[in-house]
Design a protein around this ligand. Structure first.
Ligand code: SF4
Length: 266
């Protein structure tokens, strides 16, 4: 195991969530660098769900980067065209605000290294910040789950702490920040606000989680067979592929490295 990597690792919401599920999975993915595509052994139908998610994110990124959709719709499926039209209807590119798609922020302060990459950061003309997160899972997710999700905590905290240069005042107050989850399949937004108290709680939680990971001596395997059943390392740990076939939201929620993903050709 490459323990030195722990000293350099910027903790993303996926890294923190992975450790929570199974420390051994965290070690394999982030310290051993054992890359194992999550879609390995998946049926074509599930693979398609993942590909649709990646394509939608890519197209949304292009739209907010260019301010218009330049892709020939003839090259897209009817479903993808419908998703894109819904997105543009829901959050049109408007002059007046600032659109920052695929915006990444990092914190490296007093041993706390965290990163967050937003699908879209929108600075409103009134000087407020909205973090948009596109979800394409076929399963709806409850608002309460969103509120408690590590992604919500990491994203709001990182923006508040590290994104001040995008604020008209030079720093964000928690109440200036909102996070919105939106899924083109359901077209219903889930809006989550932020408070000073939540900011302090998040800070405490993130510091203690990262400390716990850094002090881990042995990255032990989970005993939860349901987690193993959905894990890409199941062939390594148990000699057989993951058996869960249905794509869950987390499968679509990887920390995509947009620079390393081939762009779709149109
Ligand atoms: S298969 Fe199970 S024990 Fe092995 S890394 Fe995955 S979750 Fe952990």
């Amino acid at each position: 195991m490459n323990r030195a990597k722990l000293k350099e690792l910027y903790f993303s919401k996926s890294a923190l969530a992975t450790y929570e599920q199974c420390p051994l999975r965290f070690r394999r993915r982030y310290l051993d660098g054992l890359y194992w595509g999550r879609d390995w052994g998946m049926e074509q139908e599930e693979r398609t769900v993942i590909e649709q998610g990646i394509l939608f994110h890519d197209l949304a990124n292009r739209y907010y980067r260019q301010g218009k959709m330049l892709v020939d719709k003839e090259l897209l499926t009817d479903q993808m065209v419908e998703w894109l039209e819904s997105l543009i209807n829901y959050r049109p590119y408007l002059e007046g605000g600032t659109f920052l798609p695929e915006q990444e922020f990092r914190i490296n302060q007093a041993g706390l290294r965290i990163l967050a990459k937003f699908d879209l950061l929108y600075i409103t003309p009134e000087g407020k910040a909205i973090i948009y997160e596109w979800k394409t899972s076929p399963k709806p997710t409850k608002q309460l789950y969103r509120r408690k999700a590590i992604q919500t905590k990491v994203y709001r905290y990182v923006l508040c702490k590290a994104g001040g240069s995008y604020s008209p005042t030079g720093c964000w107050k928690p109440e200036d920040i909102q996070m919105i989850y939106w899924n083109p399949r359901f077209k219903k937004e889930q809006v989550i606000s932020y408070t000073e108290e939540q900011f302090k709680d998040d800070q405490e939680l993130l510091i203690s989680k990262i400390k716990q990971i850094e002090e881990t001596k042995e990255f032990i395997a989970t005993s939860d067979q349901e987690i193993c059943a959905r894990c890409e390392y199941s062939p390594v740990c148990h000699g057989e592929p993951a058996i869960e076939l249905e794509v869950e939201e987390e499968d679509l929620d990887l920390d995509f490295d947009w620079e390393s993903i081939d762009q779709f050709q149109f």
